[in-house]
Design a protein around this ligand. Sequence first.
Ligand SMILES: Nc1ncnc2c1ncn2[C@@H]1O[C@H](COP(=O)(O)OP(=O)(O)O)[C@@H](O)[C@H]1O
Ligand SMILES: [Mg+2]
Length: 274
Amino acid sequence: MVQPLVLAMGNHKGGVAKTSSTLALGEAAVAGGLRVGLIDLDPNCTLTETLEPPDQDAAGSKDLLRDDDRALTLADCLTPAGEQWSGIKVCLSDPLLSNREYDLSGIASEGRLRQAIYAQPVGLDLIIIDLPPARSRIALAGLVAADMVVIPTTASTYSTRSMSQMFDDFLPKARQFNQALKIAGVVVTKFAGRAEERRVLGELVAAYGELVLEPTIPRHEIVATAFESLHLPLRQMHDGYATKVAESYSELLPRILAVAGTSIKQLRKAKANR
Ligand SMILES: Nc1ncnc2c1ncn2[C@@H]1O[C@H](COP(=O)(O)OP(=O)(O)O)[C@@H](O)[C@H]1O
Ligand SMILES: [Mg+2]
């Protein structure tokens, strides 16, 4: 059985475009012909809200992370996103997900999401996990479930500081439970090219070298309009700036996959063999 590649979008700072990057990379993967699943691990539910799944009562991430024999597998917790997001399935979040923070204190609970993903075939090529803006047990379970972590950050001192804390303590902690966890790289988001942003970007490249992925993602207000107000994929905005941002993510996706030693073509081929 061919398993999907699992990415996690992680940075415990809010507002660095984890959710937007999850959506835009998902959109890019669908454009490349992949079957995509997005897991919302944030009790704020912004990913779920944007994807507008018609079945709002479907089982979701809170059901994956239960601490009893009613825990479900991912195959049972995927529901189609709204029709504008064709090709995307979502494991939806719920404000009650925050209660799972307490459930995840038991033995081997760090691996619960990972088990839920691999328990049964899910018929997906790529899974992207949108992590909450916290160094919580839920976030840890997300990292333990992933093959690779992608770290979005804005080119600002506070965001890069929380990013470097990820490298220093949270990723090593996740590796205690998932030794194979790779770092895909750092994605610089919402980049407007101001002098201060360029300075911080220079520092990032000096400190992390090739881990800083190209291209940077340009800042355009239309992204908020697309995702937050209209709940639409960037390509459906039919707007030059939205298309530019969509294309930046489409350029980024193969570079992320390359770190995992795969490509869109290979993931598609794996699907044909299934
Ligand atoms: N490329 C971009 N240009 C402009 N605004 C963006 C861009 N990407 C994301 N945003 C906006 O930035 C805010 C935070 O993004 P979000 O994805 O919710 O971050 P996080 O999930 O890390 O908290 C949102 O209002 C979002 O619409
Ligand atoms: Mg978010």
